[in-house]
Design a protein around this ligand. Structure first.
Ligand code: EPZ
Length: 425
C-alpha cells in the first residue's frame, strides 16, 4: 500500500520516561488575543503555544487593523492597537477556527458594529451561537443575518442580567468581553467556569476592566469608559488538554513522566478518574508526576462542563479504555456527534460500540498498527496515543488537525522515548 505524502509514523515502543514541558493553552491564548481588541495599547502575551491556530488568530487581528508580532521561539505574541479598527472578520479566516467568533463581543462593544461570518473549526455537527446572540441582544444589540454572515450593531451596549441555559464557554467569553465597555453592570448566571475563563477574566482586569466572580457560575462586570483600558502583560495558563494527552501516552506505554507546568488544580476530576484506572499521579511544585500500572483498569466516564470531565479529554480516555482490563461506558453530554474517531480505533482492533451519545469499550489485550485518519484536533492526538500502544506501525494522516492545537507533539514524545516521526510535514 502506497504511503500517504504527509503523515506521522509511530512504532510501538517501550514505556515513556522523562520530562515533558506542557505549553500554554490554545483555548485561552486565542481568547486573550481577541480580547486585546477592546483597547488601544500594547499587549504582551507570554507562554504562547506554537500552534497553527495562534497564527490564524494573529492574521485575523491584522485584518481587523491590529499590529501583531509573533515570536514563537520565545512563546510571545505582542499586539499593538492604535485605533482605526475595521470591525469586519473575513470569511476565509473565520471559517478556519471556532475561536474567531471571540472577536464579536470586543468589536461590537468597542466599535458599535461588527460583520463576521459564522465560525468554522472542528466538525462536531451543529455548533450554534444562539446564546452569544441572545446575550448581546439583551444588552441592546441588533442582528442581521445574510448568507452565513452576521451583522451586529449597537450604539452603546448596556448592562443586563443574563442567565444561560447551558454554561457555554464561547457565549460566556463574548458576553464577558462585550460587558467590559457596556454602560452599567452585567451579571451572567450559569456562566462557564473553565480555567481558561478565569485566565481571560484576569487578563481583562489587568487591562483595567472590572470583572468579579471568575471561576464561579456568576460573573459580575461593571462597564468602564474606553479611556480606562490600557495594554498589559499576561502569561497564558498551561494547557490541561495537552497535559492529559501526555498522561494518556504514559498510561498506554506503562511509563513514568514528569509534566512540567501542568496544574493539577485545573484537572481534578479527570485526574481522579485516571487514578481509578490505576495511574499513580502526584502533584509537584512545578507540575505533575505520573506513573502507569502494568495494565489499566476500565471505568465509566461522562463528559460535562467544567469542573466536570471535559469533552476534549474523551478521545484520549476512550483510547486508554480500548487497552484497559474490563468494560467501560463513556457518555458524551456536550457534542453527541463527537465519536467519528471510533472507527479509526476499530481499525487498530479496538472493541468499541457506539449508540447515540454512549460508547461501550471492551478493553483488548493489544492493538495492531494500521493507517488511521485524524478527524479533528483531539481525535488526531488520540490516534498518536493509540499508535504508541499498538503493535507494529501506525501511520496517521490529517496531521494539520493536530498542528492546530498541539505544539510539537511528535518532538515532545520523541524526547521521552517514543519511536515517532513526521513524514513530509
Ligand atoms: C470551547 O468551544 C472549546 N473551543 C472546545 O474545545 C470545547 O470542546 C468546548 O468549549 C467545551 O468545553 C475553544 O475554546 C476554541 P461551548 P465552544 O460554547 O466555546 C452548545 C478543542 O478541541 N451551544 O461551551 O464552542 C454547543 O453546541 C475544542 O480545543 C449552543 O447550543 O463550546 C455545545 O453543544 C473543541 N449555543 C455546547 O453548547 C451556543 O450559543 C458547548 O459549547 C453556544 C453553545
Amino acid at each position: 500500500m502506497t504511503e500517504p505524502e504527509r503523515f506521522i509514523r509511530v512504532h510501538h515502543a517501550g514505556p515513556l520516561r522523562g520530562e515533558v514541558l506542557v505549553p500554554g493553552a490554545k483555548n485561552s491564548v486565542l481568547k486573550l488575543m481577541a480580547a486585546s481588541l477592546l483597547a488601544d495599547g500594547t499587549f504582551e502575551i507570554t507562554n504562547v503555544p506554537g500552534i497553527v491556530d495562534v497564527g490564524i488568530m494573529a492574521e485575523l487581528l491584522r485584518a481587523i487593523g491590529a499590529e501583531v508580532i509573533e515570536t514563537p521561539d520565545y512563546g510571545v505574541v505582542t499586539i499593538t492597537n492604535s485605533g482605526g479598527l475595521t470591525p469586519v472578520a473575513p470569511f476565509e479566516l473565520v471559517q478556519k477556527i471556532r475561536a474567531s467568533i471571540n472577536v464579536l463581543g470586543p468589536l461590537l462593544t468597542r466599535c458599535g458594529e461588527v460583520t463576521i461570518a459564522m465560525p468554522g473549526g472542528d466538525d462536531f455537527g451543529t455548533r450554534p451561537i444562539d446564546m452569544h446572540i441572545a446575550g448581546l441582544e439583551a444588552m441592546g444589540a441588533t442582528f442581521e443575518f445574510d448568507g452565513g454572515t452576521v451583522m451586529a450593531r449597537a450604539d452603546r451596549l448596556h448592562g443586563a442580567e443574563i442567565t444561560f441555559d447551558f454554561p457555554s464557554v464561547g457565549a460566556t467569553e463574548n458576553i464577558l468581553t462585550a460587558a467590559v465597555l457596556a454602560n452599567g453592570q452585567t451579571i451572567i448566571h450559569n456562566a462557564a467556569r473553565e480555567p481558561e475563563i478565569i485566565d481571560l477574566c484576569e487578563f481583562l482586569n489587568e487591562m483595567g476592566a472590572q470583572v468579579r466572580g471568575a471561576g464561579t457560575s456568576t460573573l459580575r462586570i461593571d462597564g468602564v469608559e474606553p479611556g480606562a483600558l490600557h495594554g498589559c502583560e499576561h502569561e497564558t495558563v498551561p494547557d490541561r488538554i495537552q497535559a492529559a494527552t501526555y498522561i494518556a501516552a504514559c498510561a498506554v506505554t506503562g511509563g513514568e513522566l514528569d509534566l512540567l507546568n501542568a496544574q493539577s488544580k485545573h484537572m481534578e476530576m479527570v485526574l481522579s478518574r485516571f487514578r481509578d484506572m490505576g495511574l499513580e499521579i502526584e502533584s509537584l511544585p512545578y507540575g505533575l508526576r505520573v506513573a502507569a500500572p502494568e495494565r489499566l483498569r476500565s471505568t465509566d466516564v461522562a463528559t460535562l462542563p467544567y469542573p466536570g470531565i471535559a469533552t476534549d479529554y474523551k478521545p484520549l480516555i476512550i483510547t486508554m479504555l480500548a487497552v484497559a482490563d474490563g468494560v467501560g461506558v463513556v457518555t458524551e453530554n456536550l457534542y453527541p456527534g463527537r465519536f467519528a474517531y471510533v472507527e479509526e480505533l476499530q481499525r487498530l482492533g479496538a472493541d468499541i460500540k457506539t449508540d447515540g451519545h454512549h460508547a461501550l469499550i471492551r478493553g483488548v489485550d493489544r492493538l495492531i498498527g494500521a493507517p488511521v485518519l485524524s478527524h479533528d484536533i483531539r481525535a488526531g492526538a488520540a490516534m498518536v496515543v493509540a499508535g504508541l500502544a499498538a503493535e507494529g506501525t501506525t501511520t496517521i494522516t490529517g496531521v494539520h488537525h493536530i498542528d492546530r492545537g498541539y505544539d510539537d507533539l511528535v518532538g515532545r514524545l520523541k524526547r521521552v522515548g517514543a519511536e515517532i516521526e513526521r513524514i513530509g510535514c
